[in-house]
Design a protein around this ligand. Structure first.
Ligand code: PHE
Length: 444
């Protein structure tokens, strides 16, 4: 049977798109990147690049997906027949593959923490030592990563509506609520203000080309743009919805959750005597310590880890979905098999990343561990370059009228807003991406 599913409601789509966007990027990566890249200045650059470069590209991906009603590869084939543009889709599929291979490793760490939280070994512990243990035990990391991939495969093989949409509807709001409660606890710790200052008062002298590239990669990473994930998600959307408005909701929620994550982590870092530049372990070391300062902290930590797991899973679903959708090609009968095969292959490719904090820690690629190298490859090269091509495709290859008509659907007419976006996608986004690359290479 050939059929292309649709989201059941507008809220379902926004939640699923926000579910893809909000995940480890905002909650795990943002705090540690801000911590190692000057705090507030990184946050400021991230917000600017999210609004002026990331958001316009998010709208462009939505436009391509909904207009074509096709997966990442066939979307470009349909809109630009006979051209090579669909390689942008293939590149998206390939980078999604690598992305999920290390994303699932961190998903596995969350499962390990959950296990420890349930068995009570996270109360009054040495949290630095716990993290070291979690990431370095070869059997545990690989087993945990495997379980995380199994969970992802189970939902994705069931198809977008039944699986992804239903799960997102309840877990996302719960996660927000929890973050707000945590923020209040963290901000009322003694010495919390220093953390607030670290996150919100920028030191402009700390800007480097490298910081800007990291902020750009992070902007794309948290919005899930650059590898056509949002093309795939928007292809399940009906013509009634207003794409621009949906994009604004996703961008707004995303910046808000980064802010919340920062306001939970940094006050606690300074109040409890941790180091902001701790690296990938930051959230895993600091959060249990914050919970330890709360009444019923042990129980709350477990609930929080379950919500974090869900946020991570909803992003993982979207990453596996693009790979599966591109291979299934609307032939629903093949979905189950293809989900299993691609999910298990991704797991295998990810094993070296999982081991790179322990037995493979001596293996270096361009001076980085396997895990860091995969992350760098996707976040700082794959996403920005993919985003560049998507902006060029929509701005220069597609007829302006077609684009305009698509974005006007479900609205009373975007008016001047369309012209502003069109200028952003035509000039600001591509020029911005190229400039950031040049400056990170030290050329300008
Ligand atoms: N946006 C997700 C996160 O922040 C990661 C992601 C990137 C998902 C790119 C899909 C595509 O965790």
């Amino acid at each position: 049977m050939k059929s292309h599913e649709q989201w059941t409601s507008k809220l379902g789509f926004i939640l699923a798109a926000a579910g893809s966007a909000i995940g480890l990027g905002a909650i795990w990566k943002f705090p540690y990147l801000a911590g190692t890249n000057g705090g507030a200045i990184f946050f400021l650059l991230f917000i600017i690049l999210t609004i002026f470069v990331g958001a316009p590209i998010l709208i462009a991906e939505f436009m391509v997906g909904r207009n074509s009603q096709k997966d990442a590869v066939r979307a470009y084939q349909k809109l630009a027949p006979g051209s090579k543009w669909h390689y942008v889709g293939y590149a998206g599929v390939l980078f999604s593959f690598i992305l999920l291979s290390f994303y699932s490793v961190v998903g596995g760490w969350i499962l390990s923490y959950l296990w420890r939280g349930l068995t009570g070994s996270l109360t009054d512990a040495d949290y630095g030592a716990v993290f070291g243990e979690v990431i370095s035990n070869p059997v545990e990391v690989v087993a945990a990563q495997f379980i995380f991939m199994l969970m992802t495969i189970f939902v994705v093989k069931g198809g977008i509506q039944k699986g992804i949409e239903r799960a997102s509807k309840y877990m996302m709001p719960a996660l927000f609520l929890f973050f707000i409660i945590l923020g209040i606890r963290s901000l009322t710790l003694d010495g919390a203000m220093e953390g607030v200052r670290f996150l919100l008062y920028p030191d402009f002298s700390a800007i480097t080309g490298e910081t800007i590239l990291m902020a750009l990669g992070q902007a794309f990473f948290t919005l899930s743009v650059g590898i056509s994930v949002m093309v795939t998600y928007a292809s399940y959307l009906s013509n009634k919805e207003n794409l621009t408005k949906s994009a604004f909701s996703v961008v707004g929620l995303n910046i808000f959750i980064c802010l919340l994550a920062g306001l939970v982590i940094f006050p606690a870092v300074f109040a409890l005597g941790f180091e902001p530049g701790e690296g990938p372990g930051l959230v895993f070391v600091v959060l249990p310590a914050v919970f330890n300062e709360m009444a019923f902290g042990g129980v709350f930590l477990v609930i929080f880890l379950i919500l974090l797991l869900f946020a991570t899973l909803t992003s993982a679903f979207s990453i596996l979905e693009i790979v599966v959708a591109a291979l299934v090609k609307d032939d629903a009968g093949r979905r189950g098999k293809i989900s299993w095969i691609s999910g298990l292959l991704i797991f295998m490719v990810g094993v070296p990343s999982a081991l790179s904090f322990g037995v493979l820690s001596d293996v270096q690629i361009f001076g980085k561990s396997i895990f860091d190298f995969s992350d760098f490859l996707v976040t700082n090269l794959g996403l920005p370059i993919g985003a560049l091509f998507i902006s060029l495709f929509v701005a220069y290859r597609l007829p302006r009228e077609l684009v305009k008509e698509e974005l006007n659907k479900g609205t009373k007419g975007l008016g001047i807003l369309f012209d502003i976006w069109y200028a952003a996608i035509r000039y600001i986004a591509p020029v911005g991406i190229v400039l950031v690359f040049l400056s990170s290479l030290g050329i300008i």
